[in-house]
Design a binder for this molecule. Sequence first.
Ligand SMILES: [Mg+2]
Length: 193
Amino acid sequence: MRNKEKAMRQFIFLDRDGVINVDSSKYIKNESEFKFIPKSPEAIALLSQNGFDIIVITNQSLIGRKMASQKTLDAIFKKMKDGINKTGGEIKDIFFCPHTPEDNCYCRKPEPGLILEAKKKYSIDLNQSFMVGDSAKDIECARNAGCSKMLLVKTGNGIKAQQQLFQKGIIPDFIGKNLYEAALWIINSVNPK
Ligand SMILES: [Mg+2]
């Protein structure tokens, strides 16, 4: 390896619903309900091409609620990954919480369990990592895990989340219109023009 910087991979954690795809209060229960938010595959492609590793961190309580099977969730994830690959991006891994809030687990966001699991698996330096989410619980999860930068996007729950975070005194490092804006901010923060 020519230099240390090259050896150090930078990771970006992405929430799924409301960041990558259009969210629904009725959950995304099958492949046909999964629809990309405009320009989100392009945003991920941009990040991949700039050398970032992308990991999806998502609460999928519809498993615990028995609204979908693991096989169906896997098919939805495959549709997401295929669509992103086709655009030139790559999802390195997906960590999801299948539990309901009543399970009181350590992996359901805002708990930091999923990010800490990813950190362990890939030896991630969280001081160099980013989280992009559309809900207060995404930003709180990133904060609880010790991510360096927390970005909120206004797609999905973003507008409501901004108020909720403000009331808790939590200020995201960046608030963007969508994942594409967040991607540009991340790239610029690492390699300022
Ligand atoms: Mg979300």
